[in-house]
Design a protein around this ligand. Structure first.
Ligand code: AMP
Length: 411
Protein backbone atom coordinates (compact mmCIF):
# COMPACT_ATOMS: atom_id res chain seq x y z
CA UNK A 1 0.00 0.00 0.00
CA UNK A 2 1.37 3.44 -0.90
CA UNK A 3 1.65 6.10 1.80
CA UNK A 4 -1.05 8.25 0.24
CA UNK A 5 -3.53 5.38 -0.06
CA UNK A 6 -6.25 6.80 2.14
CA UNK A 7 -9.39 5.69 0.32
CA UNK A 8 -11.63 2.79 1.28
CA UNK A 9 -14.42 1.38 -0.86
CA UNK A 10 -17.23 -0.06 1.26
CA UNK A 11 -19.41 -2.72 -0.35
CA UNK A 12 -22.68 -4.02 1.02
CA UNK A 13 -23.92 -6.81 -1.24
CA UNK A 14 -27.48 -8.04 -0.95
CA UNK A 15 -29.08 -10.85 -2.94
CA UNK A 16 -30.09 -8.51 -5.76
CA UNK A 17 -28.44 -5.26 -4.73
CA UNK A 18 -25.05 -3.68 -4.24
CA UNK A 19 -24.64 -0.58 -2.08
CA UNK A 20 -21.32 1.22 -2.07
CA UNK A 21 -19.49 4.20 -0.68
CA UNK A 22 -16.03 5.48 -1.43
CA UNK A 23 -14.53 7.32 1.52
CA UNK A 24 -11.31 9.21 2.06
CA UNK A 25 -10.20 8.28 5.55
CA UNK A 26 -7.90 11.24 5.84
CA UNK A 27 -10.90 13.53 5.47
CA UNK A 28 -13.19 11.52 7.76
CA UNK A 29 -10.65 11.99 10.54
CA UNK A 30 -9.87 15.65 9.95
CA UNK A 31 -13.40 16.97 9.57
CA UNK A 32 -16.78 16.30 11.11
CA UNK A 33 -20.30 16.04 9.79
CA UNK A 34 -22.08 13.23 8.03
CA UNK A 35 -20.62 13.99 4.58
CA UNK A 36 -17.03 14.10 5.85
CA UNK A 37 -14.70 12.18 3.58
CA UNK A 38 -17.45 10.71 1.42
CA UNK A 39 -16.30 10.85 -2.20
CA UNK A 40 -19.11 8.90 -3.83
CA UNK A 41 -22.16 6.91 -2.78
CA UNK A 42 -24.48 4.71 -4.74
CA UNK A 43 -26.60 1.68 -5.19
CA UNK A 44 -27.30 -0.94 -7.83
CA UNK A 45 -30.67 -2.61 -7.43
CA UNK A 46 -32.66 -5.33 -9.19
CA UNK A 47 -29.44 -7.09 -10.24
CA UNK A 48 -30.31 -10.00 -12.52
CA UNK A 49 -33.48 -8.39 -13.82
CA UNK A 50 -34.18 -6.53 -17.06
CA UNK A 51 -34.71 -3.21 -15.33
CA UNK A 52 -31.66 -3.01 -13.05
CA UNK A 53 -30.93 0.48 -11.82
CA UNK A 54 -27.69 2.18 -10.83
CA UNK A 55 -27.88 5.40 -8.84
CA UNK A 56 -24.55 7.13 -8.36
CA UNK A 57 -23.77 10.39 -6.57
CA UNK A 58 -20.25 11.79 -6.97
CA UNK A 59 -20.00 13.87 -3.79
CA UNK A 60 -16.29 14.66 -4.28
CA UNK A 61 -16.90 16.59 -7.48
CA UNK A 62 -20.21 18.03 -6.28
CA UNK A 63 -21.68 16.41 -9.37
CA UNK A 64 -25.32 15.61 -10.00
CA UNK A 65 -26.78 12.27 -9.05
CA UNK A 66 -26.72 9.98 -12.09
CA UNK A 67 -29.25 7.25 -12.72
CA UNK A 68 -28.97 4.48 -15.31
CA UNK A 69 -31.47 1.75 -16.05
CA UNK A 70 -30.94 -1.44 -18.03
CA UNK A 71 -30.14 -5.09 -17.45
CA UNK A 72 -27.23 -5.78 -15.11
CA UNK A 73 -26.85 -9.55 -15.17
CA UNK A 74 -24.96 -10.27 -11.95
CA UNK A 75 -22.80 -8.81 -9.17
CA UNK A 76 -19.68 -8.90 -11.36
CA UNK A 77 -21.42 -6.74 -13.96
CA UNK A 78 -22.77 -4.51 -11.18
CA UNK A 79 -19.35 -3.84 -9.68
CA UNK A 80 -17.92 -3.21 -13.14
CA UNK A 81 -20.66 -0.67 -13.76
CA UNK A 82 -19.91 0.99 -10.42
CA UNK A 83 -16.18 1.05 -11.27
CA UNK A 84 -17.00 2.74 -14.58
CA UNK A 85 -19.09 5.40 -12.81
CA UNK A 86 -16.30 6.06 -10.31
CA UNK A 87 -13.75 6.28 -13.15
CA UNK A 88 -15.90 8.94 -14.85
CA UNK A 89 -15.42 11.08 -11.72
CA UNK A 90 -11.67 10.45 -11.60
CA UNK A 91 -12.17 8.04 -8.68
CA UNK A 92 -11.38 4.80 -10.52
CA UNK A 93 -10.77 1.61 -8.57
CA UNK A 94 -7.35 1.30 -10.24
CA UNK A 95 -6.23 4.37 -8.30
CA UNK A 96 -3.15 3.95 -6.07
CA UNK A 97 -5.07 6.00 -3.50
CA UNK A 98 -7.40 3.08 -2.84
CA UNK A 99 -6.13 1.35 0.33
CA UNK A 100 -8.65 -1.45 0.72
CA UNK A 101 -12.14 -2.69 0.08
CA UNK A 102 -14.31 -3.22 3.17
CA UNK A 103 -17.16 -5.71 2.88
CA UNK A 104 -20.17 -5.90 5.12
CA UNK A 105 -20.57 -9.59 5.93
CA UNK A 106 -23.73 -10.47 7.80
CA UNK A 107 -22.77 -13.69 9.59
CA UNK A 108 -19.35 -14.28 11.10
CA UNK A 109 -20.42 -16.98 13.55
CA UNK A 110 -18.27 -17.30 16.66
CA UNK A 111 -14.96 -17.33 14.87
CA UNK A 112 -14.88 -13.77 13.63
CA UNK A 113 -14.84 -11.39 16.58
CA UNK A 114 -13.13 -8.55 14.71
CA UNK A 115 -12.65 -7.24 11.17
CA UNK A 116 -10.58 -9.72 9.20
CA UNK A 117 -8.44 -9.55 6.06
CA UNK A 118 -10.01 -11.99 3.63
CA UNK A 119 -7.96 -14.92 2.34
CA UNK A 120 -9.08 -18.31 1.03
CA UNK A 121 -9.49 -19.74 4.54
CA UNK A 122 -11.62 -16.78 5.66
CA UNK A 123 -13.76 -17.02 2.57
CA UNK A 124 -14.23 -20.76 3.18
CA UNK A 125 -15.36 -20.06 6.76
CA UNK A 126 -17.86 -17.42 5.58
CA UNK A 127 -19.10 -20.05 3.14
CA UNK A 128 -19.38 -22.62 5.97
CA UNK A 129 -21.76 -20.20 7.72
CA UNK A 130 -24.23 -20.12 4.81
CA UNK A 131 -26.59 -22.61 6.53
CA UNK A 132 -27.11 -20.12 9.41
CA UNK A 133 -27.38 -17.10 7.08
CA UNK A 134 -28.86 -18.46 3.85
CA UNK A 135 -30.35 -15.11 2.82
CA UNK A 136 -27.25 -13.00 3.40
CA UNK A 137 -23.86 -14.71 3.32
CA UNK A 138 -24.11 -15.99 -0.29
CA UNK A 139 -24.58 -12.42 -1.56
CA UNK A 140 -21.68 -11.20 0.60
CA UNK A 141 -19.46 -13.97 -0.79
CA UNK A 142 -20.37 -13.00 -4.36
CA UNK A 143 -19.49 -9.39 -3.58
CA UNK A 144 -16.11 -10.39 -2.16
CA UNK A 145 -15.21 -12.66 -5.09
CA UNK A 146 -16.22 -9.99 -7.58
CA UNK A 147 -14.08 -7.35 -5.85
CA UNK A 148 -11.15 -9.76 -5.58
CA UNK A 149 -11.29 -10.40 -9.32
CA UNK A 150 -11.29 -6.67 -10.01
CA UNK A 151 -8.42 -5.77 -7.68
CA UNK A 152 -6.58 -8.98 -6.69
CA UNK A 153 -3.66 -6.96 -5.30
CA UNK A 154 -5.77 -5.02 -2.80
CA UNK A 155 -6.57 -6.05 0.80
CA UNK A 156 -10.21 -7.04 1.11
CA UNK A 157 -11.57 -6.83 4.65
CA UNK A 158 -14.68 -8.48 6.06
CA UNK A 159 -16.53 -6.51 8.73
CA UNK A 160 -19.07 -8.78 10.38
CA UNK A 161 -22.55 -7.81 11.59
CA UNK A 162 -22.21 -10.38 14.35
CA UNK A 163 -18.73 -9.44 15.62
CA UNK A 164 -19.77 -6.79 18.16
CA UNK A 165 -22.08 -9.32 19.83
CA UNK A 166 -19.46 -12.02 20.36
CA UNK A 167 -18.80 -10.52 23.81
CA UNK A 168 -22.24 -11.65 24.99
CA UNK A 169 -21.93 -13.95 27.98
CA UNK A 170 -22.77 -17.59 27.36
CA UNK A 171 -25.97 -17.32 29.43
CA UNK A 172 -27.27 -14.60 27.10
CA UNK A 173 -26.12 -16.28 23.90
CA UNK A 174 -27.46 -19.80 24.51
CA UNK A 175 -31.01 -20.90 23.90
CA UNK A 176 -32.37 -23.20 26.59
CA UNK A 177 -32.45 -26.22 24.33
CA UNK A 178 -30.57 -29.52 24.32
CA UNK A 179 -26.89 -28.59 24.35
CA UNK A 180 -25.70 -31.38 22.03
CA UNK A 181 -28.29 -30.56 19.39
CA UNK A 182 -27.55 -26.85 19.65
CA UNK A 183 -23.80 -27.36 19.33
CA UNK A 184 -24.07 -29.86 16.50
CA UNK A 185 -25.96 -27.30 14.42
CA UNK A 186 -24.33 -24.11 15.76
CA UNK A 187 -27.68 -22.97 17.14
CA UNK A 188 -27.20 -19.98 19.45
CA UNK A 189 -27.90 -16.28 19.56
CA UNK A 190 -25.45 -14.35 17.37
CA UNK A 191 -27.12 -10.96 16.99
CA UNK A 192 -26.91 -8.64 13.97
CA UNK A 193 -26.59 -4.91 13.15
CA UNK A 194 -23.39 -5.13 15.23
CA UNK A 195 -21.58 -2.45 13.24
CA UNK A 196 -24.40 -0.04 13.99
CA UNK A 197 -24.63 -0.98 17.68
CA UNK A 198 -20.85 -0.52 18.03
CA UNK A 199 -20.85 2.85 16.28
CA UNK A 200 -23.93 4.22 18.03
CA UNK A 201 -22.92 3.11 21.54
CA UNK A 202 -19.52 4.75 21.07
CA UNK A 203 -21.05 7.95 19.65
CA UNK A 204 -23.50 8.06 22.56
CA UNK A 205 -20.60 8.00 25.05
CA UNK A 206 -18.99 10.78 23.01
CA UNK A 207 -22.21 12.80 23.18
CA UNK A 208 -22.18 12.43 26.99
CA UNK A 209 -18.52 13.48 27.05
CA UNK A 210 -17.52 10.14 28.56
CA UNK A 211 -15.23 7.23 27.84
CA UNK A 212 -17.27 4.33 26.33
CA UNK A 213 -15.77 2.10 29.06
CA UNK A 214 -17.67 4.14 31.68
CA UNK A 215 -21.06 4.13 30.03
CA UNK A 216 -23.98 1.65 29.90
CA UNK A 217 -26.19 2.17 26.87
CA UNK A 218 -29.35 0.59 25.47
CA UNK A 219 -29.14 0.99 21.69
CA UNK A 220 -32.41 0.78 19.75
CA UNK A 221 -31.63 0.29 16.05
CA UNK A 222 -35.07 0.80 14.51
CA UNK A 223 -34.94 0.53 10.74
CA UNK A 224 -36.93 -1.77 8.50
CA UNK A 225 -34.99 -4.45 10.37
CA UNK A 226 -34.82 -3.61 14.06
CA UNK A 227 -32.77 -4.72 17.04
CA UNK A 228 -31.94 -3.64 20.56
CA UNK A 229 -28.71 -4.16 22.42
CA UNK A 230 -27.46 -3.75 25.96
CA UNK A 231 -23.93 -2.35 25.92
CA UNK A 232 -22.00 -2.27 29.20
CA UNK A 233 -18.79 -0.25 29.16
CA UNK A 234 -18.46 -0.58 25.38
CA UNK A 235 -19.12 -4.35 25.31
CA UNK A 236 -22.33 -5.94 24.13
CA UNK A 237 -23.92 -8.05 26.89
CA UNK A 238 -27.22 -8.84 25.18
CA UNK A 239 -29.01 -8.21 21.90
CA UNK A 240 -32.47 -8.96 20.60
CA UNK A 241 -31.70 -10.75 17.31
CA UNK A 242 -30.70 -14.39 17.59
CA UNK A 243 -29.64 -17.23 15.31
CA UNK A 244 -31.10 -15.14 12.50
CA UNK A 245 -32.39 -11.55 12.33
CA UNK A 246 -35.93 -12.80 12.94
CA UNK A 247 -35.89 -12.69 16.75
CA UNK A 248 -36.67 -9.72 18.97
CA UNK A 249 -38.43 -6.48 18.14
CA UNK A 250 -41.41 -6.05 15.83
CA UNK A 251 -39.89 -5.02 12.49
CA UNK A 252 -41.08 -3.74 9.12
CA UNK A 253 -41.84 -7.20 7.77
CA UNK A 254 -40.53 -9.60 10.49
CA UNK A 255 -42.52 -10.82 13.47
CA UNK A 256 -39.72 -10.67 16.02
CA UNK A 257 -40.32 -12.76 19.15
CA UNK A 258 -42.94 -15.43 18.73
CA UNK A 259 -43.82 -18.71 20.45
CA UNK A 260 -41.95 -21.28 18.30
CA UNK A 261 -45.01 -23.50 18.57
CA UNK A 262 -46.74 -21.10 16.18
CA UNK A 263 -44.55 -22.56 13.44
CA UNK A 264 -45.59 -26.17 14.24
CA UNK A 265 -49.18 -25.03 14.32
CA UNK A 266 -48.90 -23.35 10.91
CA UNK A 267 -47.46 -26.54 9.45
CA UNK A 268 -49.75 -29.03 11.17
CA UNK A 269 -53.01 -27.13 11.20
CA UNK A 270 -52.75 -24.53 8.44
CA UNK A 271 -50.90 -26.91 6.08
CA UNK A 272 -48.11 -24.47 5.36
CA UNK A 273 -44.71 -25.66 4.14
CA UNK A 274 -41.37 -24.80 5.75
CA UNK A 275 -40.79 -22.14 3.08
CA UNK A 276 -44.31 -20.70 3.50
CA UNK A 277 -43.68 -20.20 7.22
CA UNK A 278 -40.27 -18.68 6.52
CA UNK A 279 -41.79 -16.18 4.09
CA UNK A 280 -44.71 -15.45 6.44
CA UNK A 281 -42.49 -14.64 9.42
CA UNK A 282 -39.73 -12.82 7.55
CA UNK A 283 -41.62 -10.98 4.82
CA UNK A 284 -45.31 -10.83 5.67
CA UNK A 285 -45.29 -10.16 9.39
CA UNK A 286 -44.28 -7.27 11.64
CA UNK A 287 -45.85 -3.94 10.74
CA UNK A 288 -46.73 -4.98 7.18
CA UNK A 289 -48.48 -8.11 8.42
CA UNK A 290 -50.33 -6.21 11.11
CA UNK A 291 -51.58 -3.29 9.05
CA UNK A 292 -50.42 -3.60 5.44
CA UNK A 293 -47.77 -0.88 5.70
CA UNK A 294 -44.19 -1.09 6.89
CA UNK A 295 -43.29 2.57 6.50
CA UNK A 296 -43.67 4.37 9.82
CA UNK A 297 -44.55 7.63 8.04
CA UNK A 298 -47.53 5.98 6.37
CA UNK A 299 -48.58 4.28 9.63
CA UNK A 300 -48.52 7.62 11.50
CA UNK A 301 -50.53 9.25 8.69
CA UNK A 302 -53.16 6.52 8.94
CA UNK A 303 -53.29 6.82 12.73
CA UNK A 304 -53.90 10.57 12.38
CA UNK A 305 -56.87 9.69 10.15
CA UNK A 306 -58.25 7.38 12.84
CA UNK A 307 -57.20 4.04 11.28
CA UNK A 308 -57.59 1.37 13.99
CA UNK A 309 -55.41 -1.28 12.36
CA UNK A 310 -52.52 1.14 12.01
CA UNK A 311 -53.02 2.19 15.65
CA UNK A 312 -52.89 -1.41 16.87
CA UNK A 313 -49.79 -2.15 14.78
CA UNK A 314 -48.09 0.91 16.30
CA UNK A 315 -49.11 -0.10 19.83
CA UNK A 316 -47.78 -3.66 19.36
CA UNK A 317 -44.51 -2.22 18.02
CA UNK A 318 -44.15 0.12 21.01
CA UNK A 319 -45.14 -2.50 23.56
CA UNK A 320 -42.35 -4.83 22.36
CA UNK A 321 -39.86 -1.95 22.41
CA UNK A 322 -40.79 -1.08 25.99
CA UNK A 323 -40.37 -4.70 27.07
CA UNK A 324 -36.82 -4.70 25.71
CA UNK A 325 -35.99 -1.37 27.36
CA UNK A 326 -37.20 -2.85 30.66
CA UNK A 327 -35.35 -6.12 30.16
CA UNK A 328 -32.08 -4.46 29.21
CA UNK A 329 -32.36 -2.01 32.12
CA UNK A 330 -32.46 -5.08 34.39
CA UNK A 331 -29.58 -6.73 32.50
CA UNK A 332 -27.41 -3.61 32.76
CA UNK A 333 -28.38 -2.70 36.33
CA UNK A 334 -27.49 0.93 35.70
CA UNK A 335 -28.49 2.63 32.46
CA UNK A 336 -26.74 5.87 31.47
CA UNK A 337 -28.37 6.33 28.09
CA UNK A 338 -30.97 5.04 25.67
CA UNK A 339 -29.99 5.76 22.05
CA UNK A 340 -32.43 5.70 19.14
CA UNK A 341 -31.01 5.13 15.67
CA UNK A 342 -31.75 4.05 12.04
CA UNK A 343 -34.67 5.12 9.81
CA UNK A 344 -37.43 4.98 12.42
CA UNK A 345 -35.28 5.76 15.47
CA UNK A 346 -33.74 8.83 13.86
CA UNK A 347 -36.88 10.22 12.26
CA UNK A 348 -40.02 9.10 14.04
CA UNK A 349 -40.49 11.37 17.07
CA UNK A 350 -43.83 9.69 18.00
CA UNK A 351 -42.06 6.31 18.30
CA UNK A 352 -39.43 7.76 20.64
CA UNK A 353 -42.06 9.55 22.69
CA UNK A 354 -44.29 6.48 23.02
CA UNK A 355 -41.42 4.06 23.77
CA UNK A 356 -40.19 6.17 26.71
CA UNK A 357 -43.62 7.31 27.96
CA UNK A 358 -44.36 6.01 31.45
CA UNK A 359 -40.74 5.12 32.24
CA UNK A 360 -40.17 8.08 34.58
CA UNK A 361 -39.74 5.72 37.55
CA UNK A 362 -36.80 4.24 35.63
CA UNK A 363 -35.30 7.73 35.25
CA UNK A 364 -36.27 8.01 31.59
CA UNK A 365 -38.18 10.87 29.98
CA UNK A 366 -38.42 12.69 26.67
CA UNK A 367 -38.67 16.46 26.30
CA UNK A 368 -41.33 17.18 23.66
CA UNK A 369 -39.62 20.18 22.09
CA UNK A 370 -36.18 18.51 21.96
CA UNK A 371 -37.81 15.40 20.49
CA UNK A 372 -39.39 17.48 17.73
CA UNK A 373 -36.03 18.85 16.51
CA UNK A 374 -34.96 17.44 13.14
CA UNK A 375 -31.22 17.12 12.73
CA UNK A 376 -28.61 14.77 11.30
CA UNK A 377 -26.41 15.22 14.37
CA UNK A 378 -26.31 13.19 17.60
CA UNK A 379 -28.48 14.96 20.19
CA UNK A 380 -30.14 14.57 23.57
CA UNK A 381 -33.92 14.55 23.76
CA UNK A 382 -34.29 14.00 27.52
CA UNK A 383 -34.98 16.85 29.95
CA UNK A 384 -32.15 18.03 32.21
CA UNK A 385 -33.66 16.42 35.30
CA UNK A 386 -33.83 12.91 33.83
CA UNK A 387 -31.34 10.44 35.36
CA UNK A 388 -30.98 8.55 32.05
CA UNK A 389 -29.95 10.41 28.90
CA UNK A 390 -32.26 9.67 25.97
CA UNK A 391 -30.51 10.40 22.68
CA UNK A 392 -30.96 10.30 18.92
CA UNK A 393 -27.69 9.14 17.39
CA UNK A 394 -27.67 8.74 13.59
CA UNK A 395 -25.97 5.50 12.63
CA UNK A 396 -23.29 5.28 9.97
CA UNK A 397 -22.49 1.67 9.21
CA UNK A 398 -20.46 2.53 6.10
CA UNK A 399 -18.19 4.90 8.01
CA UNK A 400 -17.74 2.30 10.76
CA UNK A 401 -16.89 -0.39 8.17
CA UNK A 402 -14.46 1.99 6.45
CA UNK A 403 -12.80 2.94 9.74
CA UNK A 404 -12.43 -0.65 10.88
CA UNK A 405 -11.08 -1.64 7.44
CA UNK A 406 -8.62 1.22 7.30
CA UNK A 407 -7.41 0.66 10.87
CA UNK A 408 -6.80 -3.02 10.10
CA UNK A 409 -4.81 -2.48 6.90
CA UNK A 410 -2.72 0.20 8.62
CA UNK A 411 -2.08 -1.85 11.74
P1 AMP B 1 -33.69 1.89 7.50
O1 AMP B 1 -33.89 0.39 7.36
O2 AMP B 1 -32.81 2.25 8.65
O3 AMP B 1 -33.30 2.55 6.21
O4 AMP B 1 -35.13 2.48 7.88
C1 AMP B 1 -36.18 2.48 6.95
C2 AMP B 1 -37.47 2.82 7.66
O5 AMP B 1 -37.35 4.07 8.35
C3 AMP B 1 -38.67 3.04 6.73
O6 AMP B 1 -39.29 1.82 6.43
C4 AMP B 1 -39.57 3.93 7.55
O7 AMP B 1 -40.44 3.13 8.36
C5 AMP B 1 -38.63 4.67 8.48
N1 AMP B 1 -38.52 6.10 8.17
C6 AMP B 1 -37.70 6.68 7.28
N2 AMP B 1 -37.88 8.01 7.27
C7 AMP B 1 -38.83 8.29 8.17
C8 AMP B 1 -39.48 9.49 8.65
N3 AMP B 1 -39.15 10.67 8.18
N4 AMP B 1 -40.43 9.35 9.61
C9 AMP B 1 -40.76 8.13 10.09
N5 AMP B 1 -40.19 6.99 9.70
C10 AMP B 1 -39.23 7.05 8.76
Amino acid sequence: MTANATRVLVLNSGSSSLKYQLLDMHDTQSSSGSAAGRLAVGLVERIGEENSRLVHTPLATGGERRETEGAIADHTAALKAVAAELATDGLGLDSPELAAIGHRVVHGGLKFTAPTVIDDAVLAEIERLVPVAPLHNPANITGIKTAQALRPDLPQVAVFDTAFHTTMPEYAARYAIDVETADAHRIRRYGFHGTSHAYVSRKTAELLGKDPAEVNVIVLHLGNGASASAVAGGRCVDTSMGLTPLEGLVMGTRSGDIDPAVTFHLKRVAGMSEDDVDVLLNKKSGLIGLCGDNDMREIRRRIDEGDERARLAFDIYIHRLKKYIGAYSAVLGRVDAVAFTAGVGENAAPVREAAIAGLEEMGMAVDASLNAVRSGEPRLISPEYARVAVAVVPTDEELEIAQQTYALVNA
